[in-house]
Design a protein around this ligand. Structure first.
Ligand SMILES: [Zn+2]
Ligand SMILES: [Zn+2]
Length: 675
């Protein structure tokens, strides 16, 4: 007679630890299998995370699972460890991470004809036609050393590949990958990118380099079926390369042998909703669990990453030269719009430079971090401003469709014919966004072909791709846009980059704002002078004497990063402390803050009773953008010099918060990107 088997099943329910079920007769479950279980009146798909031949549950209360889903291989040990770690670290239940990380096909109850659907998902991927000609580039010394360092590494080895834009990072990634495949042809590689829509060039290059490998991608633009198919190909080891955005971090890659995180400083690696994980940080964790190398690449690594280079935890690989012969860095000039004559927001020096560039039939990039036509519409008579009725911010004027749009909650309305307060019909736009600059450029250089690239101009599928192709084909003279223009495109004839409106980022209350401004500036600077044209960069700013511009002029990221780290250390701020943010929203700010006061009291109790000295709990405050979509929001910051201590404390605090009866909606963000 066989003994009954009990399985412990992780479910996608907050706070719920894995539940015990009895295996149905004749089934042989394995850890990592999925199964359908009864949960109250519902049936849910859960993940088996443990097996046992005994249980404390009395026989009459034992429940049996309804169906074992073992038509696919069980999920692997390392994947289970990674999801468990993520759950513990980001304060969620294991199932919330593990089940939610699966494509919907694998996390929902099997539909009729489940097995046939599964077979369809296994349909092999057709080899994509390689359009790009593969030219074997020879590596320079820096590149060769970087490739060798990774090749010769053993076990867990975190690397930071720091290279200015145009220094040939992609070629280095490809060679690193090649070495992995040379040693283990069946190896799998995870290649994380910030936004898949902006990287068709990268994907094309990877495909051209590895025509014999099965390459799949994973990002939010995929239909459910496509995502399930890519997921299964990785899980069943049929795919060797996965290129994906942050969601790809929870893919199952049993033969994972190398992780690459491109543009590791990019904010999109941090999830802003649900489980607020950092795919970059989890990539390092995964490499650690797998004992493999991970390469974090960037021209401007995040300060978190840079501090680990300086402390010796990560090894630095530097690409100091631009890889293309003749490519040069643009010469920087900072002009103060307060001290120069300006025409429609452009300093005369900028206007002259644009005219000269256009005469030489070269291209200009104009970068500003603000989309829309004007950030606010105002009434000159009474001072009325176009506030969003649902947020504590302004609705942005979009001229092309004549609407006011709130960029925070999405509220939009046709532009008012007259001032709602005083009836004046002459409302005027204040400040400039990309649309207004586009219009101004058309007035100043009517013969120039101007193209705007931002989130509004690229809503249509493939719009971004087509726009960038137009730039490459030389059909555009002036490209104006938000940071979308700065991301990873090889523009051939750009010899002038102009930056407008950077000052708001330099005087922000957010300590990370300046760091991001620097990353933006470095990235956009890298768009110019790639193909041997001498290039210029002109920034309009009132703060020309700041350290940021001295470092930018030399394209000297280490100088600037070390300078910022010095400040952060003196101020005892991130990355020298670890933080968690408790955020609450309610119909009124008083309710939200009331809940946070209570949360603070609970935290202080735990600290006192459990001796969590070294945890600092701040006072609840309204968020910088207090009201969004009619919700008023407050926050409570907790920090500690010890990550380990903070994680332990958060677990207890989170549990006690969950037992608070409240109508206030709250979430916790560990390692918040903004505080
Ligand atoms: Zn008015
Ligand atoms: Zn709004």
């Amino acid at each position: 007679m066989t003994h009954p088997i009990f399985v412990s099943v992780a479910l996608d329910v907050p706070l719920l630890p894995p539940l015990t079920y009895k295996a149905a007769d004749g089934t042989s479950p394995k850890v990592g299998d999925r199964c359908v279980v009864p949960l109250g009146k519902r049936q849910e798909v859960g993940l088996i995370v443990g097996l046992s031949d005994q249980t404390d549950i009395p026989a009459e209360k034992q429940k049996t699972y309804i169906r074992l889903l073992n038509e696919t291989e069980p999920l692997g040990t390392t994947w289970l460890k990674l999801t468990k770690f993520s759950a513990d670290y980001y304060q969620h239940s294991w199932g919330e991470v593990a089940i939610a990380g699966l494509p919907s096909f694998f996390r929902s109850k099997p539909r009729p004809r489940y097995l046939q659907s599964l077979e369809r998902l296994r349909k092999p991927f057709a080899k994509k036609k390689v359009t790009e000609q593969q030219t074997e580039l020879s590596l320079n010394d820096d590149q060769r050393q970087a490739v060798e360092a990774v090749k010769n590494s053993h076990g867990f080895a975190p690397f930071v590949l720091h290279g200015v834009t145009g220094s040939g990072k992609t070629e280095v990634y490809l060679r690193m990958m090649e070495n992995v495949f040379q040693e283990k042809p069946q190896a799998q590689i995870l290649f994380l990118v910030p936004e898949i829509n902006l990287t068709p060039q990268l994907e094309a290059r990877v495909r051209a380099h590895f025509p014999d490998k099965v390459i799949v991608s994973m990002h939010s633009g995929l239909a459910n079926g496509e995502r399930a198919r890519a997921w299964l190909a990785c899980h069943e080891k049929r795919a060797q390369i996965l290129i994906g955005t942050r969601m790809a971090i929870f893919a199952s890659l049993p033969n994972l042998a190398l992780v690459v995180v491109d543009e590791e400083h990019d904010l999109s690696y941090k999830s802003g909703e649900g489980i607020r994980y950092s795919a970059r940080d989890l990539a390092v964790k995964w490499a650690q669990l797998k004992s493999i190398a991970v390469v974090l690449g960037s021209a401007t690594p995040s300060l978190e990453t840079w501090s680990k280079v300086r402390s010796g935890h990560y090894r630095l690989l530097t690409l100091s030269k631009r890889a293309v012969p003749g490519a040069c860095l643009p010469a920087l000039t900072v002009v103060n719009p307060r001290e120069q004559k300006t025409v429609k927001g452009f300093c005369t020096e900028v206007i002259d430079a644009i005219s000269e560039t256009l005469e030489k039939k070269q291209q200009v990039i104009i970068f500003l971090n603000r989309r829309g036509y004007a950030p606010v519409l105002t009434c000159p008579t009474c001072g009325w401003l176009s506030k969003c009725p649902h947020c504590s911010t302004y609705a942005v004027y979009h001229k092309y469709n004549g609407r006011l749009v709130c960029h925070h909650c999405g509220w939009s309305s046709p532009v008012y014919r007259c001032c709602p307060d005083c009836g004046n019909v002459d409302l005027i736009p204040m400040g400039a966004g990309t649309q207004r600059i586009e219009e101004t450029l058309g007035q100043l250089w009517p013969q120039a072909r101007v193209l705007r690239i931002d989130r509004d101009s690229t809503l249509r599928k493939n719009a971004a791709k087509e726009a960038f192709e137009a730039v490459h084909a030389g059909e555009v003279d002036i490209l104006v846009g938000t940071q979308m223009v700065a991301k990873g495109h090889d523009f051939q004839r750009v010899s002038l980059v102009v930056v407008l409106n950077i000052d708001a980022q330099l005087v922000s209350a957010n300590p990370r704002s300046e760091e991001r401004a620097f990353a933006n500036l470095m990235q956009v600077a890298g768009r110019a002078g790639r193909f041997g044209l001498p290039a210029r960069m002109i920034v309009q700013s009132r703060f020309g004497d700041r350290e940021i511009f001295a470092a930018l002029a030399q394209q000297n990221y280490p100088r600037y990063a070390d300078y910022l780290l010095g400040i952060r250390k003196a101020e005892w701020s991130v990355p020298y402390v670890s933080q968690a943010l408790l955020m609450a929203d309610a119909t009124t700010i008083d309710k939200a803050l009331g809940f946070l006061e209570h949360a603070k009291a609970l935290a202080e109790n735990i600290i006192e009773e459990e001796h969590f000295e070294g945890i600092v709990v701040y006072d609840p405050i309204p968020m910088a953008l207090m009201k969004v979509a009619d919700k008023e929001r407050g926050q409570l910051l907790v920090e500690s010099g010890s990550k380990l201590l903070l994680t332990k404390f958060l677990r207890q605090w989170y549990r006690s918060l969950c037992s608070v009866k409240t109508t206030v909606h709250w979430t916790m963000d560990v390692d918040p990107a903004d505080v």
